[in-house]
Design a protein around this ligand. Structure first.
Ligand SMILES: Cc1cc2nc3c(=O)[nH]c(=O)nc-3n(C[C@H](O)[C@H](O)[C@H](O)COP(=O)(O)O)c2cc1C
Length: 228
């Protein structure tokens, strides 16, 4: 049985991290339970020119698999400049097995599997995580499915990784991050390093995605590790 990873995409800048993470996790053979907030839809359009229909979601609107015409999207241009073509699997040193499947859940569907602790997962990532969603999660709110799934992961003592992106930070936002860490979340800011031979935007994106995969225990060959 394939392992399930929950991915919540919220309306912080850095939607490319989510798109890349999704393709890496799927390619590594995990099923991804995906939910997207309305604000994230706006950011995906603004940053990557991706049009995502939250009511009738199509995986192809986020994944750049073979046969999908992405010739005029910013993401495609970024990938080309990074030397990565659609479906390229430099991404992965994963061997064997079928790629995973995307299970989409509407952000208001509280009947979704991931709203219950009885549905087993190998962890959850909120990427990027808006400061608004982070504040909601540390205050135990469940006003949408992503927040509810986050509460489930906390109460079940499962891995919950939040990838906030904001700058500069206010005191309440810093306090949210502190409280997130105290509650057991992994606070993994979208803050790429520059020491691993960075040349392209994709290198920076992969730096962050690699750290998320490390936290999830997903094998990858995204970056050269320090000391190797
Ligand atoms: C283009 C764009 C970029 C944004 N970037 C950020 C950001 O980097 N960090 C953040 O916390 N909010 C950012 N926001 C604001 C959030 O989208 C907003 O607070 C929203 O209410 C978050 O809702 P959500 O958490 O339900 O997705 C951005 C909004 C837009 C339209």
């Amino acid at each position: 049985m394939k392992k399930n990873i929950v991915l919540g995409i919220t309306g912080a800048s850095g939607s490319i991290y989510a798109v890349r993470l999704l393709e890496v996790v799927i390619a590594a053979g995990y099923d991804v339970h995906l939910s997207i907030t309305p604000s994230a839809k706006l950011v995906l359009k603004q940053e990557l020119e991706l049009s995502v229909d939250l009511e009738a979601f199509k995986p192809s609107s986020l994944l750049l698999g073979d046969g999908i015409d992405t010739s005029d999207s910013k993401l495609s241009m970024m990938r080309q400049s990074a030397g990565i073509s659609s479906g390229d699997s430099n991404v992965l040193s994963f061997e064997g097995g079928e790629p995973g499947v995307i299970h989409y859940h509407h952000h208001q569907d509280m009947t979704a599997s991931i709203a219950s602790g009885s549905f087993l997962t190998a962890g959850m990532v909120i990427c990027p995580c808006s400061t608004g969603t982070l504040a909601s999660v540390v205050n135990a709110l469940s006003t949408n499915l992503i927040q509810r799934a986050a509460q489930v992961h906390l109460k079940e003592r499962r891995k919950l990784i939040v990838v906030p992106r904001e700058t500069p930070l206010s005191v309440p936002q810093i306090e949210s991050m502190l409280r997130a860490a105290q509650a057991g979340m992994v606070v993994l800011p979208a803050s790429p390093g520059f020491y691993h031979g960075v040349k392209t935007i994709q290198d920076r994106v992969d730096f962050v995605v690699a750290r998320i995969c490390d936290q999830l225990g997903i094998e990858h060959g995204l970056i050269r590790r320090w000391g190797t």
